[in-house]
Each structure stands twice: as C-alpha cells, then as structure tokens.
Design a protein around this ligand. Structure first.
Ligand SMILES: [Zn+2]
Length: 240
C-alpha cells in the first residue's frame, strides 16, 4: 500500500461470514453445508417460506434471538475505528444479516442480504426495525396486516442496493474483502467492478483470491486490526 495516504482515500470494505464467525455466529457456508442443522434450501428461499412459513419464521426468530448472546469482535471494532477517521469515505458492504458492525459503532453499513433485526411487511411494502419473534404473526405497525416476513434476501431474490454498491466500487481507491468465501454472487464479482487497489483478508485463500492484488490469510480478529493500524499509521496525518 505504499503511496496511499488515507485522508484522501475512498475505501469499500466487503465483509462476509468469516468476520461474524469469530463472534460465535454460525453460517450456512460451514463445511457441513447446513445452517444450524437446516438445509439452506429449506429456510432461505421464497418457496420454503410459502411451503412452511412457521418453520422459516422460527428459524429466523432463533437467529435474531441469538444476536443478543454475541457481540462485535476486534475486527468489527477496527472497522468502526477506520470510519472514525475516514468518515463518509468508508463504506462497509456486508453479506451478513447480523448487526455486529452497527454495535461496534459503524454507521455506513450496507446490508446487501438484509438484516435479522428488520421485518418487511409484504402488504404495505414497508420495513420496520424489529427485535421480537415473527412466528405468531404480529401486526405490521404500519398497516396492521399480519404479513411481516424476515427482511432477508433469500436465494432467488435480488440483493439490496446494488446500484449504490457498484457506484462505490467504481469510485473507490481501495477495495478490501474480509472473511468471504468468494463464491457467492454478486459479491464474488465485486473485485472485478472496482478501479481501486484490491486486498483480501481471509482465513484461507478464497476461490477468488487470485483476482486480488494482495491476499493475506489468518483470522479476521488479527488481520483486520493490523491492516487498519497499517493504513492509519500512528493516526496523525503527515504530508506525502
Ligand atoms: Zn404493513
């Protein structure tokens, strides 16, 4: 990264399951192919929801409840620290549906796959911050209909805000991918959509590692704080 000076940098960070895993949240990309004992096709598709809404609601109710038993880790905190310095020049794009970035203090977070702590009313098409179970069909605070579903982008649905993400990728100076497998589109293509420098931080080389200018391996809780410290130096801007 020689030659980069952080105070005029625009940075896009993509985070995936690897960063949440170190806080104790399991992912359906685990080696057994299951997500907390469920085949993702039975809990993460519109068809599954149509077939058995209670099963799907219960599954996400459990995931939502589990959030209160975990907390952000050193990698989340390091990204929040980076935002304190870069401000709006840092965008965190996450595949994760948890709220660990926000709880660490990050404000510019875009969830392309939705959020567990949000409910989407399919009658009035409004999303509401949500912290309770949905399985019993609570009324929508807006229209009163019992048609709230998890605000999660399921397989076969379109990720949120891709226009915004593609613009940010095109305009950034540095794109950093953290803790993602490199196999889930559209995120797997982000490295090809940026004009900026590219860096991967992942537990093991991802499927797309060869597309990054640099790839570092190790736990996010070690690599991310080290990278942020390296980028910010001692925290005081000096002239080039
Ligand atoms: Zn509604």
């Amino acid at each position: 990264m020689v030659g980069w000076y952080y105070w005029d940098m625009r940075v896009v960070v993509l985070t995936g399951a690897g960063i949440s895993a170190e806080s104790g949240l399991s992912t359906f990309r685990d080696s057994d192919g299951l997500w907390e004992g469920h085949d993702p096709m039975q809990v993460a598709t519109p068809e599954a929801y149509a077939d058995d809404p209670s099963l799907v609601q219960r599954f996400y109710d459990d995931r939502r409840a589990a959030l209160s038993r975990v907390g952000p880790n050193a990698a989340h905190h390091a990204l929040a620290r980076l935002e304190e310095v870069l401000g709006e020049d840092l965008l965190v794009v996450t595949q994760n549906v948890d709220d660990l970035h926000e709880r660490a203090g990050s404000q510019q977070v875009h969830h392309i796959h939705g959020r567990l702590r949000s409910a989407w009313c399919t009658t009035c098409d409004v999303r509401h911050d949500w912290d309770r179970p949905l399985v019993d069909g609570p009324p929508c605070p807006g229209c009163g209909a019992s048609t709230l579903r998890p605000d999660i982008v399921w397989f076969g649905e379109i990720p949120y805000g891709m226009d915004l993400v593609e613009r940010a990728l095109w305009d950034c100076d540095l794109f950093v991918s953290i803790g993602t497998s490199g196999v889930v589109y559209p995120a797997a293509a982000f490295v090809h959509q940026t004009r900026g420098a590219t860096l991967e931080l992942n537990l093991a080389p991802s499927a797309g590692a060869s597309h990054f200018a640099e790839s570092r391996q190790g736990p996010a809780t070690r690599l991310v704080p080290a990278w942020v410290t390296e980028l910010l130096g001692d925290g005081s801007p000096t002239s080039p």
